[in-house]
Ligand binder design. Structure first.
Ligand code: 13P
Length: 287
C-alpha cells in the first residue's frame, strides 16, 4: 500500500464513531516503531512531522523519503498518511510542493479573517494535488515559557466558516493541551464538542492526546472526534525505557553501548504505546 491522503479514512472514522491515531516522528526509530504498531494491528495510521521535527531531520523532503522508504523496506501494507502537523502558511505550501499527502495549516494565532483566507488558499493548492488539509479554530493550550495556558475554546460560528472552506479535518480547542496535563486540569469541554459536532460534519481532531484519560478520549470520539494526535506519550515512554536500560548498566555490558541495542527498548516502548492507543481509539482493522 502506498502512502495515501486522509480523506476517505477520516470520513469513514467520523461516520463509524472511531478515530485514527496521528503520531509524531523524530527519526528513524520513531518512524519504524510507529509503522510497526500499525502493521501489527493491521490498521491505518497517520505519521506526522511538526515544523521543528522537519527542521531537526533535515527538511520535509527527507522526512517524506524516510517514511516512503521505510514503508517499502518494512513491507507495510496498511494505509499510511504523511502529514504536516501545525504548519504555518509557508510550511504548508512547502509540504504540498514536496508531496506530503496531508497538511495542517494552523492559522489560529492570526486574526480570524486572515486564518479563513489563508485556509482557503491552502485548501485550493492542496486539493488540486489530492492532498488533505487540516485547519484549526480556537487554540490548543500548553506550556510556553513556563506558563500553562488553558487554550481558547473553538467558537462554533468560526468553526462553521472554516469547515465551509472544504478542509478535510478540523482541529478545535475544547480544553485540550499539548504536553503534560497539569494536576488541576479541568478536563475536556464536552458541551462545546457537542455543539461543534452538531453543526459540522467534517471529521474533528483532538490535539494533545497524551495524558487524557481513556474514558474522556473515548467519549470525545463518540461525539465526533475522528483523529487523535499523540506525541508526548511516545516521548515519555521512549525516555523511560532508555533510562531503565542505562540505569540497569546494560550499556556497559558487552556491546550494550551499540545504538542498535541501546535504542531498542525505547523503540519497543513507542510501538507498545501506539498499539495501546490504537486499541483505545477503536480503529478497525483493514479488510
Ligand atoms: P501531545 O504531545 O500532548 O500528545 O500532543 C500532540 C499533538 O497534538 C501534536 O499536534
Amino acid at each position: 500500500m502506498s502512502i495515501v491522503n486522509g480523506n476517505e479514512i477520516f470520513a469513514a472514522a467520523r461516520k463509524g464513531h472511531y478515530a485514527v491515531g496521528a503520531f509524531n516522528i523524530n527519526n528513524l526509530e520513531w518512524t519504524r516503531s510507529i509503522l510497526a504498531a500499525a502493521q501489527e494491528t493491521n490498521t491505518p495510521i497517520l505519521v506526522q512531522t511538526s515544523m521543528g521535527a522537519g527542521k531537526y531531520m533535515g527538511g520535509y523532503e527527507l522526512c517524506l523519503n524516510l517514511v516512503q522508504q521505510t514503508v517499502k523496506s518494512m513491507g507495510i501494507t496498511v494505509p499510511v498518511i504523511m502529514h504536516l502537523d501545525h504548519g504555518n502558511y509557508e510550511a504548508a505550501k512547502e509540504c504540498i510542493e514536496v508531496g506530503y499527502t496531508s497538511v495542517m495549516f494552523d492559522g489560529h494565532d492570526l486574526p480570524f479573517e486572515e486564518n479563513l483566507e489563508k485556509t482557503k488558499e491552502i485548501v485550493a493548492l492542496a486539493h488540486a494535488k489530492n492532498i488533505s488539509v487540516e485547519a484549526e479554530v480556537g487554540s490548543i493550550g500548553g506550556e510556553e515559557d513556563g506558563i500553562i495556558g488553558e487554550g481558547e475554546l473553538a467558537d462554533v460560528e468560526e468553526a462553521k466558516k472554516i469547515a465551509a472552506t472544504g478542509v478535510d479535518y478540523l482541529a478545535c480547542g475544547i480544553g485540550n493541551i499539548h504536553g503534560k496535563y497539569p494536576a488541576n486540569w479541568k478536563g475536556l469541554h464536552f458541551d462545546r464538542l457537542k455543539e461543534l459536532a452538531a453543526e459540522i460534519s467534517t471529521p474533528l481532531v483532538l490535539h494533545g492526546g497524551s495524558g487524557i484519560p481513556k474514558e474522556q478520549i473515548q467519549k470525545a470520539i463518540s461525539l465526533g472526534v475522528s483523529k487523535v494526535n499523540v506525541n508526548t506519550e511516545c516521548q515519555l515512554a521512549f525516555a523511560d525505557a532508555t533510562r531503565k536500560y542505562i540505569e540497569a548498566g546494560k550499556d556497559l555490558e558487552g556491546k550494550g553501548y551499540d545504538p542498535r541495542k541501546l535504542l531498542a527498548p525505547g523503540a519497543q516502548a513507542i510501538t507498545d504505546v501506539v498499539k495501546e492507543r490504537i486499541d483505545w481509539f477503536g480503529t478497525p482493522s483493514v479488510k
